[in-house]
Design a protein. Structure first.
Length: 482
């Protein structure tokens, strides 16, 4: 039977890790013969009765993330009236009953068992002609209600991995999931469970496959990179395990061309073995550091396990082995008890570290965390104003950073292929990401050679797109091919 006429829609909220898992899930449906669609739905999308299943991978990092998930679920139910809807991810793990009450066409698959999505394509082959309610009932009976063998630990966490990416030009690989930390504001350890790591041999083999297929870059993603603890029986390991620095050295030793981008790091891992590994020019000079505050008092209340000076020293050490890297961080504003002085400490830390970008967001209460019970709550108006101040300063910092590269030539990965409609004054527009994470707009002549997604090129940075940066746009600078 030809299943290609049956469309499966995927929607993703939150981090790149969720995007990878959605890509992996889509791959299973495509392999089974269904048509997988990762194009985001919008309020302007036309009603589609050919879509028989929607899968939404949710986030629960803030109240706004959960609100966005609920809006998206309602939109999917309205736009695809003949589709069953599977809601998975962190929100599904934490609030299953809340989601299930929204509509009978919804099946809720907790984030810790989202790998079970891989079994749904074969089930769907047997049920495509059933009603959405009947499909939901079969998914619940055969997939969702299966016993959980090891509660609190992600089940088959690395099943949703793929070397074929439908919606992204830069390949990614998830090497770690879950978290053993108990930061007082965070539910990730509850939603994703305890830390698990993909063994080093499998990581290396998958990256070798990507390199052999012609991929020029791979993004290594984790929940908590400091907790990577992969099995490895080679001579480089002690006690049969390697940490992330050890894994990175093994990847570089067993590949020859593919570049490595690290999605996020913690100050604790910036030690000699890590610095030795990132010296390699194939490690992209772009490091996003999970910081959260520049105040030692707030960091202690958050149970982060490091101090502001540790962040400063980590940035200095990275700069000692990487020339002018793009350094960025996360900062939470308005954590319970945060004073003006504490916030100024965060401003000063970002300035002292020379952060080229700061992802600032107001503190959001998460049920089940210690911070909910803390006193001295900061009004949302204050935390929002502080986040705005940080973001404004971060935009100016990014503009200065880009200006420091004007006229310089950088390698980049082309992210969008030629689109005949994507033209300005007869010239075709491409977007690309440089090794140090500058998002470039490139204009080329209509008759120039065609690029492919993921192609490695070189560009000369011309100028920052200052207004676009200040407005929060993704494209940050103009560049030209060389």
């Amino acid at each position: 039977m030809d299943f290609s006429n049956y469309k499966i829609r995927f929607e993703t909220l939150g981090c790149r890790l969720n995007q990878i898992e959605s890509e992996g899930a889509a791959h299973f449906f495509s392999e089974a013969g269904f048509t997988s669609d990762l194009t985001p739905v919008s309020a302007k999308s036309l009603t589609d009765e050919k879509t028989i299943l929607c899968v939404i991978n949710t986030c629960s990092v803030t109240q706004k993330a959960e609100q966005k998930a609920r809006r998206l679920i309602r939109l999917l139910l309205k736009t695809y009236p003949k589709a069953a809807v599977i809601v998975t991810g962190c929100y599904a793990q934490l609030r299953p009953l809340e989601i299930k009450k929204m509509d009978e066409r919804i099946a809720v698959l907790g984030g810790q068992v989202k790998s079970r999505i891989s079994g749904i394509p074969e089930l769907l082959k047997r049920t495509v002609d059933l009603s959405p309610l009947e499909i939901v009932a079969r998914i619940e009976k055969e997939i969702i209600l299966k016993p959980v063998m090891n509660p609190g630990v992600p089940e088959n966490s690395f099943v949703l991995a793929t070397d074929s990416f439908l919606a992204h030009s830069r390949s990614s690989i998830k090497i770690q999931d879950g978290c053993n930390s108990k930061c007082t504001y965070c539910t990730i350890n509850i939603a994703r469970g305890k830390s698990v790591s993909l063994d080093a041999k499998t990581v290396i083999e998958r990256i070798q496959q990507l390199e052999a297929s012609g991929q020029s870059e791979v993004v290594i993603t984790t929940v908590n990179i400091a907790q990577y603890h992969g099995t490895w029986n080679g001579p480089e390991a002690s006690c049969g395990f390697v940490n992330f620095a050890g894994l990175l050295k093994l990847i570089l030793a067993n590949t020859s061309k593919i570049n490595i981008r690290i999605s996020s790091i913690y100050p604790q891992i910036v030690k000699e073995d890590f610095l030795e590994a990132i010296k390699n020019p194939r490690v992209c000079p772009h490091f996003h550091i999970s910081v959260q505050s520049g105040s030692d008092r707030i960091l202690e209340a958050m149970k982060r396990g490091y101090k502001a000076q540790d962040v400063v020293e980590a940035c200095e050490k990275i700069r000692s082995v990487k020339e002018n890297p793009f350094l960025a961080c996360d900062i939470i504003t308005g954590f319970p008890g945060e004073t003006d002085s504490d916030f100024n400490d965060s401003l000063e830390l970002c300035k002292k570290c020379g952060m080229a970008w700061v992802h600032a967001f107001p503190y959001s209460e998460r049920p089940g965390t210690e911070a909910v019970k803390m006193k001295n709550k900061v009004p949302q108006s204050v935390s929002g104003e502080r986040a705005y101040t940080l973001t404004t300063k971060a935009a100016e910092a990014k503009i200065r950073y880009i200006k420091s590269f004007e006229g310089k030539i950088l390698p980049c990965v082309v992210e969008t292929v030629r689109n005949p409609k994507n033209k300005v004054n007869g010239r075709v527009i491409y977007h690309a990401v440089t090794e140090n994470f500058l998002h470039c707009q490139i204009e080329v002549d209509e008759n120039s050679p065609q690029f492919t997604n993921g192609a490695l090129q070189k560009v000369r940075i011309l100028s920052p797109l200052t207004e676009n940066i200040r407005k929060g746009g993704e494209t940050e600078c103009l560049a030209e091919l060389v």
